[in-house]
Design a protein around this ligand. Structure first.
Ligand SMILES: [Zn+2]
Length: 178
């Protein structure tokens, strides 16, 4: 890897991070993805699982779908996917099926990553397509986005529980706030 390509990878990963932050603002798990073709961003997307109540509304899948529609082809042979979290099995499958040339991801996913952590579907030569994989680009930043999101979520749930307990106590003791 040349220094120029490392700088370019970080630059594009920052764009994926912007998408992840949009997801966070929607109270979605902050994951973002972009697709780049010949140095141009052709699609951007963020996780929309909660908003769409859809198990398949992952950032990578949405970006792939948008790029295919935009280019009018399912073949994304020369495209590079940047995603803040390691792709899951579904998204890795879509990467293979759309023949994406290269995948660059930030944080590893110990519970679902199929681009090197649990397995590497993108490098399995039994499939008819393999992608180049680069991992760990702005890894800390991508990972911190996720851990701070879950930390806040846990705190919110704890607060909510406390509030409910307090309400229950008030009811049990017959305190009248009016
Ligand atoms: Zn996925």
């Amino acid at each position: 890897m040349t220094e120029a390509s490392i700088i370019a990878d970080e630059l594009y990963m920052r764009e994926a991070i912007i998408e992840a932050k949009i997801a966070e603002s929607l109270e979605e798990v902050p994951i973002g993805a972009i697709l780049v073709l010949d140095g141009e961003i052709i699609a951007r997307a963020h996780n929309l699982r909660e908003s769409n109540q859809s198990a398949v509304a992952h950032a990578e899948l949405l970006a792939i779908d948008r790029a295919c529609k935009k280019l009018g082809t399912w073949r994304l042979e020369n495209a590079v996917l940047y995603v803040t979290l390691e792709p899951c099995p579904m998204c890795s499958g879509s990467i293979i099926l759309s023949r994406i040339k290269k995948v660059v991801y930030g944080a590893k996913d110990p519970k679902g990553g199929c681009a090197g952590t649990l397995m590497n579907l993108l490098k399995d030569e039994r499939f008819n397509h393999q992608s180049e994989v680069i991992s760990g680009v702005l890894e800390n930043e991508c990972g911190e986005l996720l851990s701070s999101f879950f930390r806040k979520l846990r705190e919110r749930k704890k607060e909510e529980k406390k509030r409910k307990q307090l309400m229950q106590m008030e009811q049990d003791t017959g305190i009248d706030n009016g």
